[in-house]
Design a protein. Structure first.
Length: 290
């Protein structure tokens, strides 16, 4: 096989994978009362969110700090006998966001792993990357503005990080995604602080307006700025934090700012895993399930 043909074959395979990744299904047939479920997992002091569409397609954003805890919580909400997760996203290389993935990839078949292309030399994160590579899992860094479209109704857009920004804090380089299910919308913010929040406001303005906000950095006082929350104007704000955590998350200041925009605050340290079910894309139909 000559070099040019191998190059063509590699490109062809990459294109096929991209088509598979961005079009899991051609159309949605809703057979469940809640075809879309977004689960904010109770994994202690960290983040992990499962997006489960039609009980056939799953995207996992972050994995918390504890693999055993992640496996236990996922086991409650993953469809029975489903051991495949199409996309896993590590918003940034902090242990409380990626630690659980080390066990996850031994138990679940992961099709694609997404993380930012910001250079990171943390030994623990590099060990995860090596393990992912050894399992031949595709690793990609989504560009700002790129999307994953699942069928006719579910759309995931990557809003940050922008490689043109020079944020020194690793938290500020978190992957930020907006998820739309028809007229229902979610914003997932990793651990970004006020600088990237200001960038998002400048770049997107009122397009940040969503129904559901995953509050940045577990409700840190250095996130959830007034100007950002005014643009997002969430009806519901979900905070993932460990009970009695040593950081004091969520901070009183952040809770006050959320109160000022009339957001209904839901916290994993108070009510454990939070399951949001969306009934139809044709109207605002998402609600917290018991």
């Amino acid at each position: 096989m000559n070099l040019s043909f191998r190059k063509f074959l590699g490109t062809f395979v990459a294109v096929l994978f991209f088509v598979f990744l961005t079009q899991f299904v051609n159309s949605a047939t809703f057979t469940d009362n809640f075809p879309l479920k977004v689960v904010f997992l109770d994994i202690g002091q960290g983040d992990s969110i499962l997006i489960n569409y039609l009980d056939r397609h799953q995207i996992l954003i972050d994995g918390g700090p504890d693999g055993k805890k992640l496996m236990y919580e996922l086991g409650k909400v993953m469809p029975k006998n489903d051991k495949e997760i199409e996309v896993v996203i590590a918003t940034h290389p902090d242990w409380d966001h990626f630690g659980g993935f080390i066990d996850l990839i031994d138990y679940y078949s992961v099709k694609s792993f997404l993380t930012s292309d910001i250079e990171n030399e943390k030994t623990s994160f590099q060990k995860l990357i090596k393990k992912i590579e050894d399992k031949n899992i595709k690793i990609n860094s989504p560009e700002v503005g790129s999307r994953i479209d699942i069928g006719e109704y579910l759309d995931i857009e990557f809003l940050a990080p922008d490689s043109g920004n020079d944020f020194k804090d690793g938290n500020d380089n978190s992957i930020v995604t907006r998820v739309d299910f028809g007229k229902n919308s979610f914003l997932f913010t990793g651990d970004i602080g006020k600088k990237p929040e200001a960038y998002l406001v400048k770049e997107y303005g009122n397009l940040l307006d969503v129904d559901w906000l995953k509050v940045a950095h577990h409700g840190s006082k250095n996130s959830s700025s007034d100007i950002f929350l005014e643009k997002v104007s969430p009806e519901f704000a979900v905070i993932s934090a460990g009970k009695d955590n040593r950081y004091g998350h969520p901070a009183v200041e952040a809770l006050e700012r959320l109160k000022n925009v009339d957001a209904d605050v839901l916290r994993t340290d108070e009510i454990e895993s939070i399951v949001v079910g969306c009934e139809t894309p044709k109207k605002k139909s998402c609600e917290v399930l018991d």
